[in-house]
Design a protein around this ligand. Sequence first.
Ligand SMILES: [Zn+2]
Length: 379
Amino acid sequence: MDQQKKIQILKDMVNIDSTNGHEEQVANYLQKLLAEYGIESEKVKYDEDRASLVSEIGSSDEQVLAFSGHMDVVDAGDVSKWKFPPFEATEHEGKIYGRGATDMKSGLAAMVIAMIELQEEKQKLNGKIRLLATVGEEVGELGAEQLTQKGYADDLDGLIIGEPSGHRIVYAHKGSINYTVKSTGKNAHSSMPEYGVNAIDNLMLFYNEIEKYVASIHTTNEILGDFIHNVTVISGGNQVNSIPEKAELQGNIRSIPEVDNETLKRRIVDIVNELNKKEHVQLELIFDYDKQPVFSDRNSRLVHVARDVAKGIIKEEIPLLGISGTTDAAEFTKAKHKFPVIIFGPGNETPHQINENVSIDNYLEMVDVYKKIAVEYLS
Ligand SMILES: [Zn+2]
């Protein structure tokens, strides 16, 4: 495929506004593109105008290497602050600007093009490459969760997530838990608090307990760093001279393998249950989001192959690292069998930002990197 066409494919994908939805339009685009090269694909419906896309090339079932990227993007924010319109991909000084240019339509496009080129070149693959293009990564890894439940990750021997990592390979990231605690009290005049129950006071009992628990955790992961907990949203009451009937807070946890999600969740449930035994305390706990940490083997063959291939093409040492943010890998690694994972894709530090962009050179070189990793890994 010529370079101009590769650039055009990325632009076409950026031009589809898939802000937290409408991924089916991206899936349709990719399905049509793959079909032009004789590659079949299957849409996996998620919701109205939302579908993930699965496609395979190769022959034997001996080994399966998955290429995965999400098709949704985050909100463009204040459009007037963008140098170029976020959904009209623009080439400028060796970069493509637009929402999703870095996170992560360039990674996904590079993976799809790599598959097309391998097919065109009739490359012998001792196994299959499976494309897993997902919906709703930014709002809960919804497509990855659905595909994993349907078994699309059960037979994998390796997974590459094309999230933007630049010239680095990520093999571990933290998990993430979001929770809400709702406190219910009883209204009364603030001059007569004995007739009411102060929902804020009771919510603070929880706040103090969770803070105490978090302060007691002293474990650090060598690569990922500290376990993190923050109460990030709090609200309650509606009038200064009334005892508040309702109060609510939300917390976010960034978990590490040493303090796993199940232990944390159990502990939070225990705290709430203990407090609810007190008179007039009525707390309700909801887990809104639960993504486990991903900690793949840094000495896996996938890491070695990817590093060697990338070094050969990019002509740089490719460092290995862990990151804080979660990815679709948190869902795919819930599959029946264990497999190595790396996060490696074109892009820079502009995800979710105004003037998001990707270097065209970085995008194009990753097509070659993905192709070569696949050939070597499936040899
Ligand atoms: Zn992303």
